[in-house]
Design a protein around this ligand. Structure first.
Ligand SMILES: [Zn+2]
Ligand SMILES: [Zn+2]
Ligand SMILES: [Zn+2]
Length: 367
């Protein structure tokens, strides 16, 4: 960073076009090289979408006691410490079939950051402000490759190029070799720079590695004491420009609404179900269905949370909300002197049975 700050002092007057940049780049001085601008209020206020929430979840398919038993038996077989007779003999007293509703809200947004970037000037045209007015940060067209997927894009802002002499090498194109401190030679490590080594009897003899001078040629700079400047690559001048970095982020939040089942909410998230509703818009309106106030409240809570979480420098591009209905049946059983319930859920009929009554393993029985 130090060289960048010094640069403003060392510029030849004809190269400094910073003053001619439009107001939006004023804050982007070399002392202050990174800025993340706020979204203009006009752009942030996009009206809410007109959307219709017509969907039919339908009635849950009932689960027969025979099927309920088969699924549990399959499950017990897959657990090495479970006995199978409990699943075979248990009395199934009641089965309640319903749906768990898995609601997901995604907010796809972008933030923009500009910072001065430099590269070696190898010749050619300079796209400076005499070629046109640089567009303001939010007017540079950058689109995502795919919606609702995190990604980063970098774009050079047009007409912001400016030519400056390279400060790192003082416009020489080369810098001192740090391997030999600019001397072109390095100390011989065999004789420690003495030119002689000692025999076992204590007599001196000429060092075979350096042949006497105590120093060796520096291979990093080929004896010259200097190397090509890493900033300007020997071209002595640098092209600076405003680089726009656009970060696309997909914020995802979900919740589960369940009316008649006590299945652990987490399990609904991964379970297969039926997509009963999806809408994509600039802004989505909270779900509004006449039959399910709990679902309406869940959607409203997430939509409002995403609105509150949007930062002043973040532009919302699109929102999408999705509702899935996951079938679930709660099966009540009795076996010997025990009673409990288990769940069969998802299209792939997974079983959740936290208190299986016949376990040879103490840990499993407790869980
Ligand atoms: Zn030597
Ligand atoms: Zn060197
Ligand atoms: Zn240089």
């Amino acid at each position: 960073m130090d060289d960048e700050i010094e640069l403003t002092v060392q510029l030849p007057p004809e190269c400094d076009v910073t003053d001619q940049l439009p107001p939006s780049y004023d804050t982007l001085g070399f002392d202050n090289p990174v800025t993340s601008p706020q979204v203009p209020t006009r752009q942030a206020m996009i009206p809410e979408s007109e959307e219709v929430h017509n969907f039919n979840i339908g009635r849950a398919t009932p689960l027969s006691p025979d099927d309920a038993r088969d699924y549990l038996l399959c499950y017990a077989t897959s657990q090495s410490c479970y006995g199978k007779s409990a699943a075979r003999q248990m009395v199934i007293s009641n089965i309640i079939s319903s749906h768990g509703l898995h609601y997901t809200l995604e907010t796809f947004s972008e933030t923009r950051q500009i910072d001065w970037t430099k590269e070696a000037f190898t010749g050619g045209q300079i796209d400076d402000s005499t070629k046109g007015t640089p567009p303001s940060v939010w007017n540079v067209e950058v689109t995502s490759n795919q919606d609702f997927v995190d990604q980063v894009k970098e774009v050079k802002i047009p007409h912001t190029e400016t030519l400056k002499t390279c400060n790192k090498c003082q416009a020489l194109g080369v810098i001192k070799c740090d391997k030999c401190e600019g001397l072109g030679t390095k100390r011989c490590e065999t004789c420690f720079g003495n030119g002689v080594t000692y025999t076992k009897k204590g007599r001196t003899k000429m060092c075979k590695t350096c042949g006497g001078p105590g120093r060796l040629k520096c291979t990093d700079c080929n004896n010259s004491g200097h190397v090509k400047c890493p900033d300007c690559l020997g071209y002595k001048r640098l092209k600076w420009f405003a680089l726009l970095t656009v970060k696309f982020v997909n914020h995802v939040e979900d919740d589960v609404v369940q009316h008649q089942t006590g299945l652990v909410r987490e399990l609904f998230r991964e379970a297969s179900g039926d997509r009963v509703f999806q809408y994509v818009g600039k802004r989505v309106a909270p779900l509004s269905t006449p039959d399910d106030q709990v679902l309406n409240a869940c959607s409203k809570k997430l939509v409002e949370k995403h609105k509150e979480d949007t930062k002043p420098n973040e532009r919302v591009l699109k929102q999408r909300h999705t509702l899935r209905a996951v079938p679930v049946s709660e099966v009540h059983w009795t076996w010997k002197d025990k009673a409990g319930s288990y769940w069969v859920y998802g299209f792939d009929r997974r079983v959740h049975c936290p208190r299986y009554p016949q376990s040879s393993c103490y840990g499993c029985a407790v869980l």
